[in-house]
Structures are given as C-alpha cells and as structure tokens.
Design a protein around this ligand. Structure first.
Ligand code: UD1
Length: 420
C-alpha cells in the first residue's frame, strides 16, 4: 500500500460475519433448506460451510446467497482441522445438542487475542441438562433431553448467549437468559429463529426468554444477514485516518452509536441518510479516550482501528480494553510504524504523532490486521503487510473496496482459496 491517498467515494457494506456464522449454525435446527442472503464472501463463512458439510449438510453458495440443506445432517462431530481454523465453530454445540442430544466438538483455537474460554457456554448448557467430558482434545457433550432453566451469565458473552439460545428454542419449557449479550448479531439470530417458528422475547435486552418447542425441529426459512457494523466501522476509521470522505452504503447508524460519537469527538463529520452513513474528516483528529465494553459499549473489534486513528491525533488519548486481555499485542506493530503507544495492563496511552511512517508489518489477527492496513494507508511511503490471510477471514475483498475508494493497493498473490 502506498500511503497518503484520501479515501473518497461509496463502499458497499457486507453482511455481518459475526451474524452469518451463527445463522448458518442455526440451519441445523431445521430439516429443510435454510437460505442466508447477503452472506459475506469471506474465509470464515467458507470454514463454517465446511463444518456444516462435515455434519452432513449440503451447501450451495452463489454470489452472496448461501443455501444450507440440513435435512441429512446426521453427524455430530466437528473435526479439529476446522475448529482450529475458526473458534466460532463452537457455536454448533447448542444446535447439535438440540438436534441429536449429543455432540463431539474439537476444542477451539481461533484469533490470538486472549484465553477465550468457553466455560460460560458449558455452564449454561449444563443447567439445561447437558453433561460434558473431554477426550483427546475433543469436548464430548450429551443431553438426552434439554429443559428450560434460568441461566444467569457471569459476563454477557456473545457466544454463550448464542449457544444457549439455539439449544433453548428446541428444549422443553422456558429458558430465561439473564445478563445476556445485546449485540445486533444476537437480535439478528433471534429474528431468524423467530421466523423459523421459535418463541423468543427480549433479544437485544439483558434478559431473553425462550419458550422451547419441546424437542420439535423448526422450519427452514430464508433470512438476510444484518449489515456488518465492524466492517462499516473499519471503513469509517479508514476514511478519517486518510482525511477522506466515504459513504458506507447500507451501514446502520443505530448499531454504531458510540463509535460515531467518538469519531465526531475526534473531529469527524457524520451524516446519516437513506443510503447509509457518510463520514469524513479534514484535519488531524483530536485526542479521545475510549473504553471497550459489550454492546452497546465501544466494540473491542474496532479497538485496534481506533488506536491507529488516535496515534496521529493532536494530544494524548487513553484506550481501555475490557473484553479481550491480549488485544494490545498489535501495538508493537504500530509503534514500528512510528506511533507512540505505551500499554500498562488493559490501558494504552497513545501520544499522537504527526505522521506514521511505512515499515514492513504483519497482520496479527482479523481486526489488528485491518488496523495495520489503515496505518499503511495513512503512513508515508510504501508499506507491505504480510499474513493477510487473517484479514481475509473477516473482510470481503478488502483490497478491491479500498481500490474503489482511491487507495493504492496491490495484492501480491491471490487470497487463499476461501471461496468455493
Ligand atoms: C464474539 C465475536 C468477536 C467479538 C466478541 C466480543 C463472533 C464470531 N466473534 O466473540 O468478534 O470480539 O464477540 O464482542 O461472533 N468468555 C469467558 N468464558 C466464556 C465465554 C467468553 O470467559 O465461556 C470471555 C472471553 O474470554 C472474552 C469475553 O468473555 O474475554 C468476551 O467473549 P464473548 O463475548 O464470548 O466473545 P465471542 O463470542 O468469543
């Protein structure tokens, strides 16, 4: 990437990765063909398709329309090779218990951003009658019958809320999830499950109530994925970092409230219209403090990108990371590009510098990788970012979209064959 070009124009926002993956898992709860519309063409969706195929589903993926025929999905084991690639594969646990009363799921790997336990998933499902054991790296789960219970999560975990939700829709009786995650992707999943015939109240609030079907499977439906607020936020920050002006087509401002507020505090112009969100910045950003928290707080998935913007701000900002303990790892990459950031536990002190300078850099995970790309676009000179396969997990055709906006980007080799 040759830095220094303003990003200008309109960019279409894809369907949300973090929703699409869960909607795909939910297809296991119906016997017919579930269609996920507006599915992003990213490597993680491809991996989830392989997970579902390993379980016996048939997948047809044309453009952004993904059809999942789960009528023959008799399998209950997800292989290590796939779960290792993508931690979110664990989200098939709830649907498998609901459908087959058993599951054998490899223990997850995934992004390198902290210990990422699954204890809350397991405790919730245990309360509903599941039992777990571990066998040579596999989690072995059994639940002859799932029953509704009150489940109070210690932390509003996105994945735990989703696994419990998908188990509960086919359980007997009523499940109440307290301290549930409130992310728009949870609302999207609950929306699709409701279209499939599930009875769910309160999705998007801290208490979700689910009236189970008593063991009956749901109806297959067609559902359009909610727009990706993290992709939109990434382009919003990139627009600001290059002093550009970009229309985020299809982005939903109500899902980015705090992010937009922080960008405005930093000096961005934001207009919300029928086509999406238009965002631009003319001057060096002002320093802004921010704290990551579960939704509706500032998303941890936009923390690295925001750090890049603030690294060239006038003044000193403080970022606090409350969701993933190791998410500051990429700061070293950014400092190599001339940023002045010091971390102390889960706080980072960002002293704004005039400019970033190009240096060979690595994508460390999906979001840190996107942040490194933004740093390259804002830096002077040519920056080579390696390990872009991380970014391909979550961003559809990033270089194509950046080129559309006027960036000077070249891909050295084709993306990993993620698309089938
Ligand atoms: C999802 C998103 C991820 C996002 C995160 C937080 C997907 C595929 N990924 O991840 O992009 O960054 O939400 O918004 O949707 N925790 C436990 N025990 C558990 C579960 C979680 O201690 O059983 C901890 C985690 O280690 C982490 C925090 O809770 O520190 C948040 O995790 P969680 O909300 O579960 O995130 P994911 O669902 O993994």
């Amino acid at each position: 990437m040759t830095g220094g070009r303003r990003l200008e124009g309109a960019v279409p926002i894809a369907g949300a990765k973090n929703s699409a993956l869960k909607l795909m898992a939910a297809a296991l709860l119906a016997e017919g063909t579930t269609v996920v519309e507006h599915a992003p063409r990213i490597a993680d969706v491809s991996t989830m398709a392989e997970v579902l195929e390993a379980l016996g589903s048939r997948i047809a993926w044309v453009d952004h329309r993904l059809a999942i025929d789960a009528s023959q999905a008799g399998g209950h084991e997800t292989p290590y090779e796939l779960v290792r690639r993508m931690r979110a594969s664990i989200v098939v646990l709830g649907p498998l218990l609901a459908r087959h009363g058993r599951a054998r799921v490899a223990m997850p790997g995934g992004c390198n951003i902290g210990s990422r336990k699954i204890d809350l998933h397991l405790r919730g499902l245990e309360r509903m009658g599941a039992s777990f054991s571990f066998d040579h790296g596999y989690l072995v789960a059994a639940a002859p019958a799932l029953r509704g219970e009150v489940i109070s999560l210690d932390f509003p975990s996105v994945g735990a809320t989703e696994n419990v939700l998908m188990a509960a829709v086919c359980a007997s009786g009523t499940t109440v999830v307290e301290n549930a995650a409130r992310e728009p992707e949870i609302v999207d999943l609950a929306g699709m499950l409701t279209e499939m015939g599930a009875k769910i109240d309160g999705a998007g609030t801290t208490t979700i109530e689910i009236h189970g079907s008593g063991g009956r499977l749901l109806e297959a439906v067609s559902h359009r994925v909610v727009p990706d607020r993290i992709e939109a936020g990434t382009f919003a920050v990139a627009a600001c970092a290059t002093r550009g002006d970009v229309l985020l087509e299809g982005a939903r401002a109500e899902h980015l409230d705090l992010v937009l507020a922080k960008l405005v505090e930093a000096g961005a112009r934001v207009e919300v219209g029928d086509r999406g969100i238009r965002i631009g910045m003319d001057d060096r950003p002002a320093a802004v403090d921010f704290v990551t928290l579960p939704y509706p707080g500032f998303p941890t998935d936009l923390q690295p990108q925001m750090m890049v913007l603030l690294s060239v701000a006038r003044g000193t900002s403080i970022a606090t990371e409350n969701v993933f303990e190791s998410r500051f790892m990429f700061v070293d990459e950014l400092n190599r590009m001339g940023a002045d950031i010091r971390t102390e536990g889960h706080h980072a002190v960002i002293r704004g510098v005039e400019r970033l300078s190009s240096a060979p850099a690595r994508a460390l995970d999906i979001r840190a990788g996107a942040a490194t790309v933004i740093a390259a676009l804002a830096a002077d000179g040519v920056t080579e970012v390696s390990d872009m396969h991380f970014v391909d997990r979550g961003y559809e055709d990033l270089e194509g979209k950046l080129t559309l906006l006027g960036a000077e980007v070249e891909r050295e080799r084709a993306p990993r064959p993620a698309l089938r």
